[in-house]
Design a protein around this ligand. Structure first.
Ligand SMILES: C[S@@+](CC[C@H](N)C(=O)[O-])C[C@H]1O[C@@H](n2cnc3c(N)ncnc32)[C@H](O)[C@@H]1O
Length: 788
């Protein structure tokens, strides 16, 4: 059925499209062919030598000679019917073919700096199409088989970053598959017209499916569906069969909305069609229609109760429905997560919150219910996490495209983002809608796609959306990869993790998370398990209150926070900034100084008896007077205090050798980390083995608090006093409680704490059986939190 006109493999017209390939470079003598040779060397027997072309391009890029991408333009919003078909002849160099569409047949594909297709137009002229997006057509590489028909909307004919004259496609929605049955395409590309008479689209579709040509199979089934029903029923027997087969193709291509539409349409014709029921159920799950999924799986089980696949599907539906209501044990998930296991089969959970206009700026997220401290507000999967950004080949020639960002690394990561966003949204229209409703830096309100026009993917906007909304996470469990100062290695990441987690941080984009506005004293905190972003209430939150998160690292001094927030285009007016802004310059300088001492200054401070640092901390504490009185936490003190405890104690393996005086200092500074930095009180009587965490209105849970508690437990276990040693167990339980509040799971606590503590603590815990009633740590919530 497919047009199989064999094209000459040994010619590529250099005048086609007026100079398809820039042949100016002379690479003779360097072991690399010139472009002319690559394009048309008749002796090579393989004139259009793609690998030679790629070698040439790589060499160009290595030499930094790659031209910049030209022709910045918006994605086309025109519908195909309103565009005038054109050929390469009609295209003018460095010009956009406004009002035109070009129909092309694919000859071959090469991947370098995006994707380059060798194509043939309606006049059988050959040329190139370069696209910024690798595999812009749904279905990936398989969808770009030779002889596939494509159309390019309002083509821009210019120089690609590979230095070739090509139709440059900047936006994936400017290029699309065209059905071989589309009369307009057939008219435009007579050479590629089907030569066989298609009598049975169902059979033709099956043949295409067997050869893994999913798009072609969709075309064939579509042909069947579009025929008059009576006619088609005569041919194929059942209309519903072809609908469910097309649904299956869509499901295979991850086009879940389309699969759902076809499967449910098939069920109208034949409500007991098993295949259609299965696809309807699974695609409903993928697009979050859990109630429908449940209905279909119940119907499936009634018809075929013993089928193990149906039972598994039913369990999956039940578990997704529970998850969507927030009934999911994140501990189970955390236990399963490894750095490489990032994609979870988990439903998003969104509690009773809403997005609406905010006084802070644009839209914000508001509570429609009351949240208590530690309660999960939402967990969500990302719109994109480009893991293999290092593999992305985009480095050169994209300066114009990237605009704001000229560093190679950011280019790579942003390009990897755009690639993945294009791929993910290309198969999910609702995701595309979410993505393009995100803040892109435009003022005053972000633009929303105009529904009356063609749904477009604007790569330039996508770059800006990434810039304003990306979020860094630690791979695996945030709780496992958490960074903190380690006096053993003098580095932020413990040595044990450096081996396993060479690149701990990944960037991602989460929709609801991106709607949260900033506060330096946020009422939510975030963590991640695998690629799931978890947002929790950091304090009790009242109904109607805006939920806030922090864009700048918690605890940074004012000037550093300001620098970060400037990039987001606003100045923060939160209570902390208001308190800090009028402080004298000297006080601000001290804070800045305090925030950074850990790596460079602490070792020196150990030698000088830490007096200087201690003085500095005490001195700076005085400048916090206003905050102490107002009850705001001094989050910027937590790191210096925590680091100071370590400075006194030295490397963790030496704590045992530290003098009682130094241990007492370490103990004090761990306590101050909790008390001053996080506003958490640790309550215990000197003789008691039991202890409690006391949280006030402004208390914060933080990883450093967990570590400070583990540090206290460690010190207690080294004490000569038996009640102290017993208290070590209670302190460790406090640490675990805080850990759970912070990370929303505690399955990874034991593993994490093992990395931190020295042997004595485990020995002590093994030796001391927990007294009765110690299975839970009591967490006090105190209305009044005046600092004692
Ligand atoms: C990730 S978006 C947050 C959602 C955004 N408000 C919206 O309407 O889509 C970040 C942008 O929101 C605005 N924004 C966030 N927090 C703010 C704050 N505390 N004050 C003023 N503007 C803020 C800034 O324009 C910032 O670049």
């Amino acid at each position: 059925m497919a047009p199989k006109k064999k094209q000459s493999e040994d010619t590529i017209s250099r005048q086609a499209g007026r100079g398809v390939i820039d042949s100016s470079s002379d690479m003779a003598g360097e072991g690399v062919q010139s472009l002319q040779d690559i394009a048309s060397n008749p002796t090579s027997g393989e004139a259009f030598n793609l690998s030679a072309l790629m070698d040439w391009t790589r060499k160009q890029m290595r030499d930094q000679q790659a031209p910049a991408l030209t022709g910045r333009h918006r994605p086309s919003t025109a519908s195909l019917a309103n565009l005038r078909p054109a050929s390469f002849e009609a295209l003018l160099t460095d010009t956009r073919g406004e009002g035109m569409v070009i129909y092309l047949g694919i000859r071959s594909v090469s991947m370098c700096n995006g994707m380059t297709l060798a194509v043939q137009d309606s006049e059988e002229k050959e040329g190139l199409v370069w696209s910024l997006i690798e595999y812009p057509l749904p279905g990936g590489p398989a969808s770009m088989a030779p002889d596939t028909l494509i159309a390019v909307w309002e083509p821009y004919y210019g120089t690609s970053p590979n230095g070739q004259l090509a139709i440059c496609v900047h936006h994936p929605t400017d290029i699309a598959h065209i059905s071989k049955f589309d009369p307009k395409a057939v008219e435009q590309l007579p050479s590629l017209r089907a030569t066989e008479q298609i009598t049975d689209p169902l059979r033709a579709g099956d043949t295409a499916f067997v050869s893994n040509s999913l798009m072609e199979a969709v075309d064939c089934y579509s042909e069947g569906i579009e025929q008059p029903i009576s006619n088609y029923i005569e041919i194929a027997g059942k209309f519903c069969a072809v609908l469910s087969k097309r649904a299956f193709m869509y499901a295979r291509m991850s086009l879940h909305s389309e699969a759902f539409a076809d499967a449910t349409a098939a069920l109208i014709h034949e409500p007991k069609h098993l295949q259609a029921l299965k696809i309807a159920c699974s695609s409903a799950l993928e697009i979050g229609k859990y109630e429908s999924a449940q209905e279909y799986v119940q119907r499936l089980l009634m018809l075929d109760p013993d089928h193990s696949g149906n039972q598994r599907l039913s369990e999956k539906v039940a578990s997704r429905m529970q998850q969507a209501k927030g009934q999911y044990d994140l501990n189970t998930l955390a236990g399963k997560t490894t750095p490489s296991n990032m994609v979870h089969d988990v439903a998003d959970f969104i509690s009773d919150i809403e997005i609406r206009g905010s006084k802070l700026g644009g839209r914000g997220v508001f509570a429609k219910q009351r949240f208590v401290r530690g309660q999960i507000v939402l967990w969500e999967k990302p719109i994109a996490i480009p893991f293999d950004e290092k593999k992305s080949s985009f480095e050169h020639g994209l300066t114009n495209f990237m605009g704001h960002d000229n560093s190679g690394v950011c280019k790579r990561s942003s390009m990897a983002f755009v690639q993945q966003l294009a791929a993910n949204t290309g198969t999910d229209a609702s995701l595309a809608e979410k993505l393009f409703s995100m803040f892109d830096g435009s003022q005053p309100e972000p633009k929303v796609n105009d529904r009356s026009k063609k749904q477009v993917f604007d790569s330039y906007r996508a770059i800006n959306i990434v810039k304003y909304n990306y979020h860094n996470i630690n791979l695996g469990n945030a709780s496992v990869g958490q960074q903190f100062y380690d006096p053993n290695t003098k580095s932020e990441v413990p040595k044990e993790f450096q081996n396993n987690y060479t690149s701990t941080v990944a960037r991602g984009l989460w929709y609801m998370n991106s709607m949260l506005n900033h506060s330096c004293l946020p009422n939510t905190s975030y963590t991640n398990i695998g690629n799931i972003m978890i947002i929790k209430a950091q304090k009790d939150i009242e109904e109607g209150e805006e939920l806030t998160t922090e864009y700048a690292e918690r605890g940074q001094p004012l000037e550093m926070r300001k620098m970060v927030l400037t990039k987001y285009g606003f100045e923060c007016c939160c209570p902390l900034c208001k308190i800090e802004a009028p402080l004298p310059r000297e006080a601000k300088a001290k804070r800045q100084h305090l925030h950074q001492p850990s790596k460079a200054k602490l070792p020196a401070a150990i030698q000088s008896g830490t007096v200087g640092l201690e003085m500095m901390i005490r001195d700076t504490l005085k400048t916090y007077g206003a905050e102490l009185e107002s009850g705001l936490p001094c989050v910027m003190m937590m790191k210096p205090l925590f680091n100071l405890a370590h400075t006194y104690l030295g490397p963790i393996t030496d704590w045992r050798k530290a003098s009682p005086d130094l241990r007492a200092k370490g103990h004090d500074y761990f306590l101050w980390t909790l008390k001053l930095g996080l506003r958490i009180d640790l309550l215990y009587a000197p003789t008691a083995t039991y202890c409690e965490l006391a949280f006030g209105k402004h208390s914060l849970s933080h990883a450093i608090g967990v570590l400070a508690l583990i540090g206290l437990a460690e010190l207690a276990s080294l004490s000569p006093v038996s009640t102290e040693r017993k208290r070590a167990v209670a302190l460790l339980r406090c640490a675990k409680t805080l850990y759970k509040m912070h990370y929303a799971e505690d399955a990874t606590f034991d593993d994490r704490s093992q990395k931190y503590k020295c042997k004595s603590l485990s020995a002590c815990i093994d030796a001391v059986a927990p007294p009765e009633g110690w299975d839970k740590v009591k967490v006090l919530l105190r209305p009044n939190e005046a600092l004692v």
